[in-house]
Structure formats: structure tokens, C-alpha cells
Design a protein around this ligand. Structure first.
Ligand code: GDP
Length: 310
């Protein structure tokens, strides 16, 4: 019983993965990361959630800002603006280096999973970071302003349009990246976790890749999700707004229902007790502000998995 596998999006998920990496050997953690947010911008292939994991686990993330790198310089973006280039997606100089390297390698036929593995090694990251797939999957948001690719909805339009549906283009033709299914179904795992990422925008694309949902159902180890709801609201981001727009009540029950087929347990915030849930659950303070908070939530999720196994 050794490894922990985590399905994750970007910021919210990376907090849990960082907590795990401080309570157990990082080499025993596998993060399966959403790539539905990936897009091509100015000819560069950008993988926002993968990069958030890379920056967070290497200690380079700008945690105050919530995206990008700390101590970033902005010479490229300033020069781009001067020339009238599109600047709605901020690209720092250090960030840019990552996108240039990745784009170059992809163009030479290297799979995304191999590129991410190389970048993680360059930064001494012990945790294995796997994209959900090496095939392109694009999260498309159907809104009252028409269909928007995810980054247009999220960054350019700041999640303001009203969402009618979320679709994952290319998912049906995608296959899980090498190692993803083996990691999820490994019977010697300690647990499989679903991070408190946006269930609809960050975790659903992962579950949409054929084989991943089935692997979660088949795995013999406990699957535990950490709910992204605290005190009847989402901690940040568009989760609550999006749930309301899709006609889904913003509470843990909706999260439990959403993951019903794939989870054995749900970790919910103690602020929301008492509660009636159709799945095994445990309570904890799940707000992750400090590093100690992250470790506490990671421990609580593993403790729930241990209790479920027993
Ligand atoms: P991503 O979906 O992982 O890329 O990350 P976001 O930063 O967009 O956050 C997604 C969801 O994670 C939000 O709906 C938040 O409610 C939830 N979230 C973020 N931070 C925390 C936290 O500290 N605790 C819990 N329980 N949920 C969180």
C-alpha cells in the first residue's frame, strides 16, 4: 500500500497535491491533470493546469496572484503590447520559456506526457505529473454569448457569460496518457483522490476521457473526493455561479450526486455539518490557506480512505 493518485485541475487541486507531498514521499504521488483548458495562443501551446502543478510543486508559483510564477518579469508582454499584439492572456517571461519549450517539443512529435515528465525532472519534482491524455481535448462553454473556448470564457470574459452547457471537444477520440489507467487501478494504492477542483470545468474533462471513469469504478482502493464547497459557497472561482446557472444547488449533496458513480467517500467542510449525504463522508476544516492547512486536508482525505478500506 503505497501510492496516492489524485485527479486534479489547477489551483484548488494543486493545493491538495502540495499538502500530500509534505505528508508522504512525493515519489508515491501521481497527479492526473486536466488538459481541457489547454489552448494555442500566439502559436504557443499552453497547459494552464499542468503548469500550475509544475509551479506549485517546484516552489515557483505566485500564490498571492493565484496564477503564474513568482518574481516574474514582463518584458515580453510589454513589447507585445507596443506592437499591438493580443494581451488578454498575460504571459510572463519565465512562463513564456516553458510555453516555447513545450510548443517546440510538441512540434517535433514528443508527447505532452513525456515533455511534462522532462520539465518536472528539470525542477526536481518528485511527484509524477501526468496529463489526462496526450490527445487534445478542448473544454467548450455554451453561453448566452455563444460558444466560448474555455480560456475566452475564463480569462477574457472573466466567467461573466451565463453558462448553458459545458462540452469537451475531442474527448471521445482521446485516450488516457501512458500510465494513467495503470496508476488508477493499481491495487496496491493507498487511495485515489479527487481534488477540490471545479467538478464541472476541471474534473469532468478528466472523467470524459474514455477509460478513466471506468478505471475509477473498477479500482479496488477507496476513491475519495474533497468537496470544493465551504459554508454553502465555492471558495473561489466560478464553481457556485456555474452551478446556479446549470440549475444545480450549491451544496455537498450536489457534489456527492455529481461523483456518485465514481467515489466511495466525500470529505466535506465541518462548517456545513450536519448534512444528509448519499455517500460515506467525513468532516474537516477543508479551507487551505497555509501549508499546514494543505497538509491537514490531505491527511483528512487519506484518513477517510483508510476508514473506508477498514
Ligand atoms: P481548479 O479547478 O483546481 O483549477 O482550481 P480553482 O482555483 O479554479 O478552484 C476550483 C474550486 O476549488 C473552487 O470551486 C473552490 O471552491 C475550490 N477550492 C479552492 N480552494 C479550496 C480550498 O482551500 N478548500 C476547498 N475545500 N475547496 C477549495
Amino acid at each position: 500500500m503505497s501510492r496516492v493518485v489524485v485527479l486534479t485541475g489547477g489551483v484548488g487541486g494543486a493545493k491538495l497535491v502540495l499538502g500530500l507531498s509534505r505528508m508522504m514521499p512525493p515519489e508515491d504521488i501521481v497527479a492526473v491533470v486536466n488538459t481541457g483548458d489547454d489552448f494555442v495562443h500566439l502559436g504557443l501551446s499552453i497547459s494552464p493546469d499542468i503548469d500550475t502543478l509544475l509551479y506549485t510543486l517546484s516552489g515557483k508559483a505566485n500564490t498571492a496572484q493565484g496564477w503564474g510564477r513568482e518574481n516574474e518579469s514582463w518584458g515580453f508582454l510589454a513589447a507585445l503590447r507596443e506592437l499591438g499584439g493580443e494581451d488578454w492572456f498575460a504571459l510572463g517571461d519565465g512562463d513564456l520559456a516553458l510555453h516555447v519549450l513545450r510548443s517546440h517539443a510538441l512540434r517535433h512529435g514528443e508527447p505532452l506526457s513525456a515533455i511534462v515528465g522532462r520539465l518536472a525532472r528539470a525542477w526536481d519534482i518528485g511527484t509524477t505529473i501526468l496529463p489526462m491524455s496526450d490527445h487534445p481535448v478542448a473544454t467548450m462553454v455554451d453561453t448566452d454569448e455563444g460558444t466560448l473556448p474555455f480560456q475566452r470564457y475564463f480569462v477574457a470574459r472573466r466567467c461573466e457569460p451565463i453558462v448553458k452547457a459545458v462540452r469537451f471537444e475531442g474527448a471521445q477520440a482521446a485516450v488516457p496518457a501512458p500510465g494513467v489507467l495503470e496508476a488508477i487501478t493499481d491495487p496496491t494504492n493507498k487511495a485515489v483522490l479527487i481534488a477540490p477542483s471545479n467538478p464541472f470545468l476541471s474534473v469532468d474533462p478528466v472523467l470524459a476521457v474514455p477509460g478513466i471513469r471506468e478505471a475509477l469504478v473498477q479500482t479496488t482502493v477507496p476513491v475519495v473526493a474533497v468537496s470544493p464547497i465551504i459554508g454553502g459557497e465555492a471558495v473561489k472561482g466560478p464553481t457556485a455561479k456555474l452551478m446556479r446557472e446549470l440549475g444545480i444547488a450549491v451544496n455537498h449533496r450536489s457534489i456527492a450526486d455529481h461523483y456518485r458513480d465514481v467515489i466511495d467517500g466525500l470529505l466535506v467542510d465541518e462548517r456545513d455539518t450536519p448534512i444528509d449525504l448519499p455517500v460515506a463522508h467525513a468532516f474537516a476544516d477543508t479551507l487551505m490557506q497555509s501549508l499546514n492547512d494543505r497538509i491537514r486536508v490531505a491527511r483528512a482525505a487519506i484518513a477517510l480512505a483508510d476508514a473506508l478500506r477498514a
